[in-house]
Each structure stands twice: as C-alpha cells, then as structure tokens.
Design a protein around this ligand. Structure first.
Ligand SMILES: Nc1ncnc2c1ncn2[C@@H]1O[C@H](COP(=O)(O)OP(=O)(O)OP(=O)(O)O)[C@@H](O)[C@H]1O
Ligand SMILES: [Mg+2]
Length: 305
C-alpha cells in the first residue's frame, strides 16, 4: 500500500518494478549495472515480486447478526473512500443485494457476482461503474450459490479467485457480507486481507461476536493465515443513553485497540439514501451521517497509509 514515484519508467504511484529494484539493489552494485542488466532486473521483478505488491486491499464487512449496519457501512465507506480519489470496488456478496441497489445499480439486470463464481463469467465483465465507485453487483440468484458451490473444488476460494482477476485495478475492495457465517461469508473471509465488524450499540451487541471470532481463528488456521481485524465500528450509536456508552465500553474491552474512534450516529438520512440509489455523500453530504462516514474514511485511510 506504500506509494513511491519513479522517473525513468512511466509509473507515478505505488510500488513499481523499478522501486522494488532500487530497494533491493545494493548501492555500489547500482553504479556498475549497465542498462541491459537493469532491464533484465525490471522484467524479473515485474513478473515475480511486483505481482504480489500491486493489488487492492480487500476488506470484508462482516457480522452474522442482521441489521447492524453492514450494508450501510459498506456503501458509504466505499463511496467516501472513492471520493478521496482511491480506486474502489464494492463487491456485494449478499443475495439481498441491498448494497447493489444502494449504489444505484439495478439488481435485476444481471446475476453479477453469481455468474462470476458459478458460471465462470470474467469478473471485469460483471463490474458496473457508478459515480461513487465500481460495483460487482449481487442478485437473488446468489441465494442458491451456497448449495451449488458445495460440490465445486476449492469452494471456499471462489470469491478470492474472482477478485484476484481485478485486484490490480483497485486500491480497495469492500465486500458486503450476508448475515450468516456460512459458505458465502467463508468465501469473503478467505478472499479478504481484513475484516471490518460493524456493531450496533445495543444490549445484544456482543452476542455472536465470540462465534465470529472463533470462525476468524478457524479461517486463519487453515485457509487464510493473513486475515487481520481491520477495525470494529460502532453503528447507530446514541451517545445520550447509558446503554450505548456501556455497550461501547464492553466492545472496547472485547477488541482492545481495534474500535474506531469514529462512531456512526443514528441518522434518518442514512436510512433514506438507499431508496434514492445513492450513498449518503451523494444524497446529503452535510448531514451527521455523511460527516461520520467521511470521518471514518479518513481514519480508515490513515490506518492504511
Ligand atoms: N446509522 C444509521 N442510522 C439510521 N438508520 C440506519 C443506520 N445504519 C443503518 N440504518 C438502517 O438500519 C437498517 C439495517 O441496516 P443495514 O441494511 O445496513 O444492516 P445490515 O447489517 O446490512 O443488515 P443485513 O444483516 O440484513 O444485511 C437499514 O434500514 C438501514 O437503512
Ligand atoms: Mg446487509
């Protein structure tokens, strides 16, 4: 995720074969290397190390509890990050397809991500561009994918394989997960570098989080050892109630150092925006909800700088 500039080849940002070469090449050696050797190194690093470096960070928005603000967070964080100039893809991996329609994409036009993972359609062909970032849409067909995937080889890695095809074209890919810990969510956890957990500030907030963490441990042990916790986000937060404050304290104890300083307040404009097919930054950029998601994007990007 680090940026660098380079003067000889026409690359302007991120790690390039040349910057990797410069880092790895011992100084006195540089002086004696002639241009031909340089070109050989360039192609060597382009075909090896750099393939691993120039890829998007994939963040899964996960909580098996329903209605906690996963989709609202995915849509509005993706849009707010895209507004800063980053290249963003929102992958809707929930058959409810709320993130798809929330980004203004018609969920009945194509089967989107379902066709990619089940029918082998190229990922790039299923992506739709919007003013708020690219979307890999979902549709209700995805509801059947859990069963259809069962007999496929590497069934837990199908989304990872799909996203790998386009990962070099983005800085961040956000995956909106369904409210369960079954095969679709498992695919998201295997594809992701990290998971962001929205938690609603209410009495039952902590219920289920230990199941989620057990699943994360299992995935780390056998399928995706790199999986990190990106952060925990308090959503629909009402700082005036003692209950919200107590729940926030409990969650900070459960996830030390991982809870975002930004909290998302309960804000009616956030619940209105999806019916207009817009993220909050396109619907009402001055409301409290929009300001909160813009602040979350800043905090998210600062942690990933
Ligand atoms: N901060 C907020 N203020 C007010 N309403 C909100 C807020 N966040 C989410 N909502 C509303 O709460 C409902 C549930 O939110 P959302 O769909 O984002 O949750 P979810 O976790 O994705 O749900 P599911 O588990 O069904 O996928 C929606 O109607 C949404 O508009
Ligand atoms: Mg949702």
């Amino acid at each position: 995720m680090k940026h660098s500039s380079f003067f000889v080849f026409p690359f302007v940002s991120r790690e390039t074969p040349a910057s990797v070469f410069r880092k790895n090449c011992h100084a006195p050696l540089k002086k004696v290397l002639n241009p031909i050797t340089f070109v050989v190194y360039y192609f060597y690093y382009r075909n090896t190390k750099c393939e691993e470096i120039i890829v998007a960070k994939i963040v899964a928005i996960v909580n098996q509890k329903g209605g906690v603000g996963k989709t609202t967070t995915c849509v509005n964080l993706a849009a707010a990050v895209a507004q800063t100039g980053k290249r963003v893809l929102l992958c809707d991996f929930d058959p409810q397809a709320n993130a798809t329609s929330g980004m203004g994409v018609d969920k009945t036009v194509s089967n989107g991500v379902y066709d990619v993972i089940i029918n082998g359609v190229e990922t790039a062909k299923a992506i739709v561009s919007t003013p708020y970032g690219d979307v890999l849409p979902s549709s209700k067909a995805l509801a059947g994918a859990g069963v259809e995937m069962i007999n496929l080889p590497d069934r837990q890695f199908l989304l990872k394989q799909a996203l790998r095809q386009v990962a070099e074209q983005y800085d961040y890919i956000f995956i909106d997960c369904p409210p369960s810990l079954e095969l679709l969510t498992l695919n998201a956890l295997c594809a992701a570098n990290s998971l962001l957990v929205p938690v609603q500030g209410e009495y039952f907030a902590l219920e289920g989080l230990s199941d989620l963490m057990n699943t994360v441990r299992l995935v780390r042990r056998s399928m995706n050892p790199q999986l990190q916790i990106e952060g925990v986000l308090l959503t629909m937060f009402d700082g005036r109630t003692n209950l919200s404050i107590q729940v926030a304290q409990e969650i900070k104890r459960f996830f030390p150092g991982k809870v975002y300083a930004t909290v998302i307040p309960r804000n009616v404009r956030l619940s209105e925006a999806p019916s207009h097919g817009k993220p909050i930054c396109g619907y009402d950029r001055t409301c409290r909800g929009a300001e909160a998601y813009a602040a979350l994007a800043v905090e998210f990007l600062r942690k990933n700088a």
